[in-house]
Design a protein around this ligand. Structure first.
Ligand SMILES: [Zn+2]
Ligand SMILES: [Zn+2]
Ligand SMILES: [Zn+2]
Length: 273
């Protein structure tokens, strides 16, 4: 590699008065009049593990984005982002692509087989667009819940996700699994078949209830909290299928831990025994 002896004059993007001079820590603004009248702007030579070249420093000083690069945080975790001057903070900061920071490995779009790209705001098939719906396209944050890569992979593969506690725009909480239908994410609140009728057991805000509660009516329900513990959809599934659960830890009123199980009686009422 040839060593440059002449350095380009790089005007400081922060103060506009000084020049950036290459030193030990990187490209430092040389504007200094007094200890009150100075500029502290610097483009570090090492940004999240990426070594900034002089040409990149020039591009950054002109407000251009460089990258994207595979970057490393102090805690050792990796992320992909470009780097750009942020006028609000007067510093070089990572910028994330809303649509395509990296590719989700081991899955492809069920519609076209295209790669699934993960961005800071969306998961999307590379061929998705407004004109061609049906390809994978969904947000990274769904009803207040951040969708991790592992959940996105499960969704694309068509495997059921776990249950999440979402929040409606109105602020009302709800619990559901996610399902991918024609590339779009749908909420699924069905836990299992109702043990009392032909309906389905649904996750409600405070209890699990039968989808036929109005029509039949079927009053089957299980509270989401019993004996001081959370009753998860997985527990309800077992209870409805086997009509009893395994022994589990519950709390008595004075805080002691006790082993109990939930059973359904002939009237399909849940009892703690
Ligand atoms: Zn400056
Ligand atoms: Zn596609
Ligand atoms: Zn029912």
């Amino acid at each position: 590699m040839e060593t440059k002896t002449t350095h380009q004059k790089i005007t400081c993007p922060s103060c506009g008065k000084g020049s950036l001079r290459q030193g030990g820590i990187g490209y430092v603004c040389d504007y200094f009049v007094t200890t009150e009248d100075l500029c502290k702007f610097v483009i570090y030579a090492n940004m999240f593990g990426h070594t900034v070249t002089e040409d990149e420093a020039v591009a950054l000083s002109q407000g251009e984005a460089i990258g994207p690069y595979e970057l490393t945080r102090k805690d050792g975790s990796h992320f992909t982002a470009s780097l750009q001057y942020d006028a609000a903070t007067h510093a070089i900061a990572p910028v994330f692509d809303e649509f395509a920071d990296y590719v989700l490995e081991s899955v492809s779009c069920p519609c076209c087989g295209g790669e699934i790209r993960a961005g800071s705001k969306y998961y999307a098939c590379k061929n998705s667009s407004k004109e061609s719906p049906g390809h994978v396209f969904f947000g990274r944050i769904i009803a207040g819940v951040e969708i991790a890569d592992s959940t996105a992979v499960a969704l694309v593969q068509g495997t059921p996700t776990g249950y999440f506690n979402f929040t409606k725009k109105s602020g009302e909480p709800f619990t559901a699994r996610l399902q991918l239908v024609n590339g779009e994410v749908k909420f699924d609140s069905i836990v299992c078949k109702c043990p009392a009728c032909e309906g389905n057991v649904m996750v409600g805000v405070k209890s699990y209830y039968c989808s036929e509660f109005k029509r039949k009516p079927c009053d089957f329900h299980i509270f989401k909290e019993m004996g001081g513990r959370e009753i998860t959809p997985e527990i309800v599934e077992v209870l409805c299928c086997k009509r009893e659960t395994e022994l589990m830890e519950f709390a008595t009123k004075n805080g002691k831990s006790v082993q109990r199980k939930i059973v359904l009686n002939d009237l399909h009422k849940a009892m703690l025994i």
